[in-house]
Ligand binder design. Structure first.
Ligand SMILES: Cc1ncc(COP(=O)(O)O)c(C=O)c1O
Length: 422
């Protein structure tokens, strides 16, 4: 600490304390997060005491969900002798990008491998695209409710998230009024999660058309997260945005969800749109990627095997999700306090429950009294109380037991009915 004086403590509004030297803050404001555990995580720590059996209906780690992986194929793929050579390619090795292009071919989209760039996951892909599009303080439009990781991704890249609403009326739709009102001079992109987490709604073809128009009008890009694209509950094949040329489009995905291999750390960005925008976007992204060269050689050489693994894994997951949804509906039909929101795809279901307490309090009570873990809706920015989020990839027996406990909880407590339910 030569010449930096004596440290003193600076306490922020959030209550976090940071060491300062000579009046200079030691850490950036972008990391000024409230790191203290919240009430739900505290309750979870207590409930996880050894010997107590909990039913986890928040599971999102597929490697702990009792799926059958082709372990030999996965591990053998990592032994490719080509991995012993270091061949730094900013966009990623062509062979790996061709494997990703083959995935899109199966979706009916001809994606040029030269317009693909590999990353260590979708999260890193978001960071690269935020870095490419936004200067500090610029705005990115994000749906509400949506996936909670966005806040941290945005903080780390110094961009400001501006919400637009999804509205629920016999299914989810984009509220174009709030979206158009949210656009300012500083807006750079619209984030779409297709299908969204946790609402499970796909962007419909008419919405896609309107979004393209809006982007052209305001010079915005589309940033489309398709990690759950393949998990449509009616067995249909939703159209990928990887063929969208109507506006500058970054389509993000990766093997973490499509092949249920999050530990292998492989994602990608497909860049499409008007030629005048695509070329400079790719040139700049290549520099960002070249700065890190983050995807390891063994993973790139294994990419085609990993992407191929999706076929057997998706068959298992789709069957499980279907069974869990049918089981859930069966249990829901036998009571009248809770209901399920319509869902088109993905790994989650949203329950509408009586608003006798905040979602947080309900989730904590469920944990303490019924030993079942669910996510309160406010984790995903639902606009009102009364929503709980369940993972549909939990093993069938666990899922059914958890749902019974949850419904018993609402039944047991003899909750007064709200006006809506009367
Ligand atoms: C919608 C969505 N996008 C991205 C991710 C992260 O994906 P990755 O593991 O590829 O970074 C998740 C993880 O749950 C997610 O739910």
């Amino acid at each position: 600490m030569h010449g930096r004086g004596r440290p003193c403590i600076h306490v922020f509004r959030s209550g976090a304390a940071f060491l300062r030297y000579d009046g200079r803050l030691m850490f950036s404001c972008r990391t000024d997060w409230k790191l203290a555990p919240n009430r739900f995580t505290n309750a979870l720590d207590e409930a996880r005491a050894p010997g107590s059996e909990l039913i986890d209906l928040t599971i999102s780690n597929p490697t702990r969900a009792g799926l059958t992986y082709d372990s030999a194929a996965i591990l053998d793929a990592l032994k490719n002798p080509n991995s012993l050579e270091y061949d730094p390619q900013p966009k990623g090795l062509l062979r790996a990008r061709e494997a990703v292009a083959a995935y899109y071919r199966d979706h009916g989209e001809a994606v040029d491998p030269e317009k693909l760039l590999l990353t260590t996951g979708t999260s890193e892909a978001y960071s690269f695209v935020f870095r490419l599009l936004a200067s500090p303080g610029d705005e990115i439009l994000v749906a509400k409710p949506s996936y909670p990781l966005f806040d941290f991704l945005a903080d780390l890249q110094d961009v400001k998230l501006v919400p637009y609403s999804l509205i629920y009326d016999h299914g989810w739709q984009i509220d174009f009024h709030t979206l158009e009102q949210a656009v300012t001079e500083k807006s750079r992109a619209i984030v779409l999660v297709h299908p969204n987490n946790p609402s499970g709604s796909y962007v419909s073809p008419p919405e896609r058309e309107r979004l393209n128009e809006l982007c052209r009008k305001h010079n915005l890009a589309l940033l489309v997260d398709e990690v759950f694209l393949d998990y449509a509950h009616d067995g249909s094949h939703a159209q990928s945005f990887a063929g969208n040329n109507e506006a500058l489009t970054f389509t993000l995905s990766g093997i973490s969800k499509i092949s249920a291999l999050p530990q292998m750390k492989l994602g990608w960005i497909a860049v499409t749109g008007p030629g005048a925008h695509v070329k400079p976007a790719l040139d700049r992204l290549e520099v960002i990627a070249d700065t890190y060269l983050s995807v390891s050689a063994p993973v790139q050489w294994a990419a085609s095997t990993f992407v191929e693994q999706r076929k057997s894994i998706q068959a298992q997951l789709v069957a499980r999700i279907h069974k869990n949804l049918v089981g859930l509906d069966h249990r829901l039909a036998a009571q009248r306090l809770c209901s399920r929101l319509q869902v088109e795809g993905g790994w989650y279901a949203v329950l509408r429950v009586p608003v006798t307490h905040s979602d947080d309090e309900l989730a904590i009570s469920l944990l303490q009294h019924k030993r079942v873990i669910v996510h309160p809706g406010h984790f995903y920015d639902f606009p009102q109380e009364g929503y709980l989020v369940l993972s549909l990839i939990a093993e069938e027996d666990h899922f059914d037991e958890g749902v019974q406990r949850l419904l018993n909880f609402f039944g047991d407590t003899e909750l007064p009915l709200s006006d809506q339910q009367r």
